[in-house]
Design a protein around this ligand. Structure first.
Ligand code: SF4
Length: 172
């Protein structure tokens, strides 16, 4: 619907952006020893084939494949379906643009504590990500609301006041 998210007004988004900025400007050459390779920071990628653009926090090229590094401003170290879709789509963008395989990602949750989790990016993960991308595009093109149930995501959603699900779930 072309509605702005006004993300710049949200504290968690600003804190997350600050986390990304710090890791893009400090310790730029650090590469985890168990991965090794050359680090590339802050990439914006586009795929005409997928009709998709995305931003990569960090990627490490070990010569054989690319390892995706994703920073999350959170202490809630869980690989949710939403995060799995994000990683799957970013890996497809990387594979198309760099012509190298991406078989796993490292997610670093850093807020008050710090925890890393490795995620396999196999065919089923990428297929799942593409399926969700297709559903999102259908929603955008048709303008119909998806069948959705309220959950914790609504609490911090920019659209909760106008969404028929979130506006009932989140009373303000
Ligand atoms: S408020 Fe609506 S759009 Fe936002 S997360 Fe909840 S269901 Fe999704």
């Amino acid at each position: 619907m072309g509605l702005r998210q006004y993300e710049e007004k949200r504290g968690t988004v600003l804190a997350g952006k600050d986390l990304h900025r710090r890791h893009e400007t400090e310790n730029k050459s650090y590469v985890p020893t168990d991965i090794g390779g050359k680090k590339i920071i802050g990439l914006y990628l586009y795929s005409q084939k997928l009709g998709l653009s995305g931003r990569i926090d960090e990627v490490i090229d070990n010569g054989v494949e690319l390892v995706l590094i994703e920073w999350k401003y959170s202490d809630h170290a869980t690989i949710s379906d939403t995060l799995r879709v994000q990683l799957g789509l970013l890996s497809l963008l990387l594979e198309e643009n760099f012509k190298k395989p991406v078989t796993h990602a490292r997610v670093i949750f850093a807020k008050n504590t710090r925890k890393s989790m490795d995620v396999q990016l196999d065919t089923s993960t990428k297929d799942f990500a593409l399926k969700i991308l297709h559903q999102v595009k259908e929603t955008v093109m048709s303008g119909t609301e998806p069948q959705e149930l309220p959950d914790g995501r609504c609490l911090d959603c920019c659209f909760r006041k106008i969404c028929s699900v979130g506006s009932i779930y989140v009373a303000e």
